[in-house]
Design a protein around this ligand. Structure first.
Ligand code: FES
Length: 196
């Protein structure tokens, strides 16, 4: 027998093998793309609303939760603190919260749905440091004001509604996240009022 049919047969075999290997290669490279199209459960959870039990937060106490990878403060303010908020308006850069740093339904003097419970994203509006909560010693930073938040990076100061004081580097009030009350004791951070 001549060599021609043998060579032809070998070539066909090689072509077939290459096609199979090529097919496997496509299958392997396609998987990571398909994976990246569907968001993982972790990614979904990272953007999901966060439920907070506020029933155990004592007056003056601040707790932290993480929402969308950011720290969110939840503070229970005293009547004394709430009174202070209306007395210091002329010391603040944006006392009436005209800048859109909060949802519309939180645009009031307390920057909250219920006066005593205050929420804010705990990130300084200057360059993103985390301000320190000073419940009793803020008057070292601003004379005559008992409580507030002080940013150690460049000295920005915020009152107990997260409103920025004048003459500091931070240009804006702290961000208030969207939230809603599920009931008297529970808040859902990341969902607008009435949407739970
Ligand atoms: S980052 Fe807060 S003052 Fe600069």
């Amino acid at each position: 027998m001549s060599n021609v049919p043998l060579n032809l047969g070998r070539r066909r075999f090689l072509t077939l093998s290459t096609a199979v290997v090529g097919g496997v290669g496509v299958a392997f490279t396609a998987v990571p793309f398909i994976k990246s199209w569907s968001p993982s459960a972790k990614a979904k959870a990272a953007g999901a609303p966060v439920e907070v039990d506020i029933s155990k937060i004592e007056e003056g106490q601040l707790i932290r939760v993480i929402w969308q990878g950011k720290p969110v403060w939840v503070v229970r303010r005293s009547a004394e603190t709430l009174n202070e908020l209306s007395a210091i308006a002329d010391m603040l850069r944006d006392p009436e919260s005209l800048e859109p740093q909060q949802p519309e339904y939180i645009k009031n003097i307390y920057r909250s749905i219920k006066p005593e419970i205050f929420l804010a994203v705990g990130i300084c509006t200057h360059l993103g440091c985390s301000p320190t909560y000073l419940p009793d010693s803020f008057n070292k930073e601003v004379k005559g004001v008992k409580s507030g938040f002080f940013c150690p990076c460049h000295g920005s100061k915020f009152d107990m509604a997260g409103r920025v004081f004048k003459s500091v580097p931070a240009p804006l009030n702290l961000v208030v996240p969207p939230y809603t009350y599920i009931n008297e004791d529970r808040i859902l951070v990341g969902t607008n009022e009435g949407e739970s």
